[in-house]
Write a new protein. Sequence first.
Lengths: 181, 207
Amino acid sequence: MMKRIHRPVALLGLFALLTLTFAGAALAANPSNISVTVMIQNLSVSTTGPIDFGVVTAGSATVSTGSSTVTNDGNVAETYSINLTNPAGWTAVQALPGNEEYCLSAMLNTAQPASGGFTYADHALSLVSTQCSATKFAGDQSGVSVPVSAARNLWFKFQAPSATAVTAQQTIVATVTASAA
Amino acid sequence: MGNRRGPRAALTRTVLMTRCSAIVAAMAAVLFLPSYLVAGGLSTNLGEVLIQNLGIGDAYCLKKLANVTLSVVNRGEDTVFVKATPEVPDSVELRHNAEPIPSAAWIELERDSMVLAPGQMGVSDVCINVPQDTTLRGRKFQVMLWSRTIPRPGDFVACGLKSRVLFTIATEADSSEVAQSSGGKESSAKSDDPRTRDGAKNSERRR
């Protein structure tokens, strides 16, 4: 009597289990011939600040007196990319700035670079995250294949708008992004 | 009258504005001055990953596929807001003979933003939606997952990480094999080796 009651229940339970199992497999669609290989595991970068340009006159160019230290604290060599974010009211250009325009350039160098060492083609930052190369953002240091634990000094040059109506303090954010070399 | 004054008035206004702007610009403070002297830092466990033999018209999530996730740790001293987005790689970012993913919309992140306290880890699943397009068979694609801190007022330098995700699309023969065998392989894509999760090898071992 007990068996007659329990057998359909057991079958129903088995059917439900199989249904769920196959439904899950169909959704997952993970065939046995797919392979996933994590080739590089620990990517890490750190930066220091601040960078202060102080008061800047219209149409002038200033090289920062201090640098930001960028350190590869991951466990593989890294290549850096750099981009910026515009502050309200100003637009970044990669040329001599006009009204309400500015140019922020970046260079990896041991010591403070001379203003003339920056070029628009190689050092001017844009909104697009641009990868370092042997020349791009390079001074006597480069952001290509930076070894583990190595540090780079990142210097900035700011070229102010030829004219602006902005009176408030402006902050331009530079983002340093690391990827496996 | 008004027409005659218009251009002259506009010119006068322009001259005045230019003069004012120059004066104002001379006074404008361009200060990149955070109120603290801290190091910002991010790290991730996903530098580069390769997924092979995906089928067209299917969706795959790495967590379910191989227990792999995009994990980002805030290594700085302050709480940060981290944004993560899939990006089509630039040509100089391509590796292993991959081509750029045709659209970043193929990639879906479970969490595209997270607030992380110092030392805290944020985790997001990464899903790949392969369109039903036979021309994709046999090709290798790359997408970058860009995780970066969103600066707060006063921040100057932000940090970012680009994780490289490469994947191959199965050829026609592989696809038919996939279709025939796409049942109950969910656990087969897991491995004890944290660096390599090879579904094929594991399923062979079980057999």
